[in-house]
Write a protein that binds this ligand. Structure first.
Ligand SMILES: CC(C)(COP(=O)(O)OP(=O)(O)OC[C@H]1O[C@@H](n2cnc3c(N)ncnc32)[C@H](O)[C@@H]1OP(=O)(O)O)[C@@H](O)C(=O)NCCC(=O)NCCS
Length: 149
């Protein structure tokens, strides 16, 4: 059973092992993603609205991750999913599904009304994952303003 081998945890502490695992996953998500430092990870984990979920096995290997951000707006409590990535060596084994369903469960427990995410059309596996987890495509435009440093 997959659940016997991999489980979802929400780490509360930043460790060197966690930074190393994330830094192996981030380039598989985006080649432009800057690598994480222990200091940045501590800041990230301390943010009350942010939940990091990782898929770990009994040996402590981290096979994938997902970030859920929960925030209130005037129409209710909403959530956003980011940083979804499974290590190339563990893809197709259900980790993406485990992470997504785990995050949706927590979102529901936190009273969230909607969970949003974006995904490029070329990410075929991700689209399949999100659709089979119950996400629907919205007819809307996503805008981004890039703040110059
Ligand atoms: C997207 C990603 C997280 C999926 O993780 P995964 O652990 O391999 O996915 P799962 O094994 O849980 O499979 C989930 C669903 O996706 C489908 N799927 C997985 N890989 C697929 C592929 N290469 N092509 C088509 N469908 C695929 C599975 O069949 C399953 O669908 P089903 O539930 O209808 O059977 C992983 O491929 C990945 O990290 N990709 C690179 C980063 C990325 O694109 N992240 C998403 C950013 S929006």
């Amino acid at each position: 059973m997959l659940e016997d081998e991999w489980h979802i945890v929400e780490p509360s502490e930043g460790t060197v092992e966690l930074v190393e695992a994330i830094n192996l996953l981030l380039p598989q998500l985006s080649q432009r993603a800057p690598l994480l430092t222990l200091e940045r990870l501590a800041e990230f984990l301390a943010a009350p609205s942010t939940h990091l979920f990782v898929a770990a096995n009994r040996q402590g290997k981290i096979g994938g991750m997902l970030t859920l951000v929960v925030f209130p707006i005037l129409t209710g409590r909403r959530a956003w999913v980011e940083d979804v990535v499974v290590d190339v060596s563990s893809r197709g084994e259900g980790l993406g599904r485990l992470l997504t369903e785990g995050a949706l469960r927590v979102a529901q427990e936190l009273g969230v009304a909607t969970v949003d995410l974006t995904s490029r059309p070329s990410r075929v596996a991700a689209h399949r994952l999100y659709e089979s987890a119950g996400f629907g495509v919205r007819d809307t435009s996503v805008y981004r303003f890039v703040v110059e440093a």
